[in-house]
Ligand binder design. Sequence first.
Ligand code: C2O
Length: 514
Amino acid sequence: GITRHYDFTISRGELAPDGYLKKSGILINGQFPGPLIEANWGDMIEVKVTNNITGPEEGTSLHWHGMLQQGTPWYDGVPSVSQCPIAPEGSFTYRFQAGVYGTSWYHSHYSAQAAGGLFGAIVVYGPSHVSYDVDVGPVLLTDWFHKDYFDIVKNIMSTNQTLWANPSDNTLINGRMPYNCSLVHDGTPCGNASYSQFRFQTGKTYRLRLINGGAAGMEYFSIDGHQLTITSIDLVDIVPYNTTLVTLGVGQRTDVLFTPKANGTQAIWMRTLQSGKYCQRAANPEGRAVILLDNAPDTAIPTTTAWPPPVDDGTCKNEPLQNSVPYYAETLPEPSITYNIVINSIINATGHQLYTMNGYAFQADYNDPLLLLANEKNYTYPYNPEWNVINFGQNSSIRIVIWNNNTGPHPMHIHGHDMYVLYDGNDTWNGTIVNPQNPQRRDTHNLRPHGWMVMQYNADNPGVWPFHCHIAWHLSMGLYVNLMERPDEISQYQIPMIMKQTCDNWQQYSSTNV
Ligand code: C2O
């Protein structure tokens, strides 16, 4: 493989992807969404990230969601775990292998910056188990908030939370969707915005790489009048199956094939509906994009009607596990340990609502990345309980049974691995494993409200790996644990100097900003 170089400069800027002005966002090279990263399977990806965020200054970091960072946990991009934040005016070069192929994305892992626009798509090209004519590339589905992420997080961190479960203002497809300006009552200028457009030919088959890169809302994607064939979930190819509605929790990706039919229409709506706090669909504005067929004029606006929506049972569940079967089977090993996690929400002593995993809400310590502590002081170091470290020692395959004692869903994401998803339901787990011969694998699974989930992963990647809810606000409220894997081998790592330099730079920055 070769090395793919990218140069990202991160800065604050105004943006109005839906026509509503006065929204400040965080951009890469002036773009929203950020630039597409492309590589072939096996290539190295090298990204130099420069932090030019001003007014006010902030730290930053980028995480390469789904990239396994096999043997390079210090490039995982999580401040407080794998590095210190990249200080203002500082830069950091990430270098890792595209060791898996398919559709993914990157995003800031610092505060809720991703909700301010700091994300983009990753496509790693590899062999395909299905055939199609055209790779359309990423189709990013994202909720969009007119309030700045900073204000939302500040509100969430206050004793008077009012915003954390608020519906979003809009839903964007590839960063666009006209806002209904008649809803603006605060005098903010609101003008014309355009739909994303796709030009397709009838009879050809297109591969769409759907990505839920939003902050909070599940996405339900469809194309009027057409079945879609699901071929991959996250970075795992599956035995293809058809559906009219594709469900994506935050952080999840689904590749679909789409073959437009000639039926007298020139244009078709592509749609994505979002769920709200209690999982009801359509609680937020629908995102739409225009599909133009054959020689339709650029100005054609579809008049097609949506599929009748399937029954909304308010559970925010993923597709049933038995529907998605990995195309390349893997044998499930016997777990060497089974660990239970209970997710709760609490009001702490100062009146803040937080989420806990086994009683603790995670609190980031930007000055002490856990990987560095494990490397230098080994695992006997007395971790602060609020760093939520579970040390799995030398265990080779780790099963985790999770119960969600909340009324909201949690898209749970593991770093550094794919996980086998063995069970998903609202009934107490009785040991049943779905497809035990070849269980589903992926890196993010939506845990239902008052639901159970059982996952397992192979400890083949020594490091400290976050396992967390991907809803931006829940992350800020502590719904996060760190899975420590093979600490003896972590202590053998030669961690590159540039990772340690992020800490020197960050400490200098924070000590001059007291
Ligand atoms: Cu895409 Cu820790 O997340």
